[in-house]
Design a protein around this ligand. Structure first.
Ligand SMILES: Nc1ncnc2c1ncn2[C@@H]1O[C@H](COP(=O)(O)OP(=O)(O)O)[C@@H](O)[C@H]1O
Ligand SMILES: [Mg+2]
Length: 326
């Protein structure tokens, strides 16, 4: 197991001004601080590309910071590469590569010098440092930029440099916080290609994103987090099927103008959740299952001529929003 998370919880300190402290006694709940991660349980196995998805503020960055040892958990445990992130944080950091959400480098330092600095932190023998650096720069595709100052790099190149840095110590596991965030569509595609290549070379990848479609294109497994809690997780294909079953279907029927829609008989159908009629158009939301033939039958029986019937298949995207819209 690459990552094992058990009841991981993070509550940020409340940060109340001193003059308000007296108030605490009376309104304790309001000053408990922000519960950013709430009893999270998760597992990532070797070889997976795990997509950790959730809307902004869900708790992804907080979770990741605890995994890489930048922040202690309030309670619960996390093992990374079988090592406890609190007790054995130093060893964990030696075996993983981490790419933060917003990489920042000193603008007046060159790409080479940034990587030399990190190589020393990782205690890479000085003989092999330059060879190593060239190797990771080639992998991420910015070898031609090695003498550039960081301040002159485009955003996309900074992301690549950040990934190069994460690769310096030959990690078994890459932990990436919104790796494709802020990139343009072409940049996103290139980055995905790069991550796929790294995954093929045997590196396990744990990446967060607030964009489901982004993760769908590359992950083998996903976990959805919302309000600090894991809503669902599993193999991407299984999850799509499972969610597809609980998804709702939407049917839009257009009938001939000025014809009478038998709304009451349609409303009586047992799987109907919502029915809306405007002029000669009817929108039906129902539980999943094939109801189109029954709707059609009801319309025909009531002499209501159907002009068109469009069935909108549920997408994982819709279900994601169903689960995370509150
Ligand atoms: N340093 C902090 N102090 C207090 N609250 C924070 C801090 N960082 C994040 N939060 C809060 O914790 C929640 C989760 O944030 P975060 O982990 O950054 O979410 P995500 O990365 O999924 O967008 C948010 O409600 C955010 O406001
Ligand atoms: Mg974040």
């Amino acid at each position: 197991m690459m990552i094992t998370i058990r009841d991981l919880t993070k509550r940020y300190p409340p940060g109340i001004p001193r003059w308000k402290k007296w108030f605490r006694r009376y309104k304790k709940d309001a000053f408990m601080g922000e519960l950013a991660v709430d009893r999270l349980n998760m597992e990532v196995k070797k070889g997976q590309v795990y997509g950790f998805i959730g809307p902004n503020g869900a708790g992804k960055t907080t979770t990741i910071k605890m995994l890489v040892g930048l922040m202690p958990p309030t309670s619960g445990t996390a093992l990374v590469c079988g090592l406890d992130v609190v007790e054995e944080g130093e060893m964990v950091r030696g075996r993983i590569g981490y790419m933060p959400e917003a990489p920042s480098f000193y603008p007046r330092v060159s790409v080479l010098d940034v990587l030399r600095y990190y190589s020393k932190l990782y205690s890479i023998p000085s003989r092999s440092i330059d060879k190593k650096i060239l190797k990771v720069l080639r992998i991420v595709g910015i070898a031609g930029e090695k003498s550039k100052l960081c301040g002159k790099l485009s955003f996309g190149m900074k992301k690549r440099l950040s990934l190069a840095q994460a690769l310096l110590n030959d990690p078994e596991l890459l932990i990436l916080d919104e790796p494709t965030g802020g990139l343009d569509p072409a940049g996103k595609r290139d980055f995905r290609k790069l991550l796929r290549k790294l995954s093929d070379s045997g590196i396990t990848i744990f990446m967060s994103s607030h964009l489901l479609e982004e993760v769908q294109k590359i992950s083998t497994h996903v976990g959805i987090i919302h309000h600090g809690r894991l809503i669902t997780s599993g193999n991407l294909a299984e999850l799509q099927e499972k969610m597809g079953k609980e998804a709702k279907v939407k049917i839009v029927v257009t009938v001939a103008p000025s014809s009478e829609i038998p709304s009451s008989s349609i409303k009586d159908m047992k799987s109907i959740i919502d029915l809306r009629i405007s002029e000669n158009k009817m929108t039906i939301v129902a539980e999943n299952g094939d109801i189109s033939s029954e709707v059609n039958r009801l319309l025909v029986e009531n002499n209501c001529p159907v002009r068109s019937m469009v069935i909108e298949e549920p997408e994982l995207e819709d279900i994601f929003f169903d689960h995370t819209s509150t």
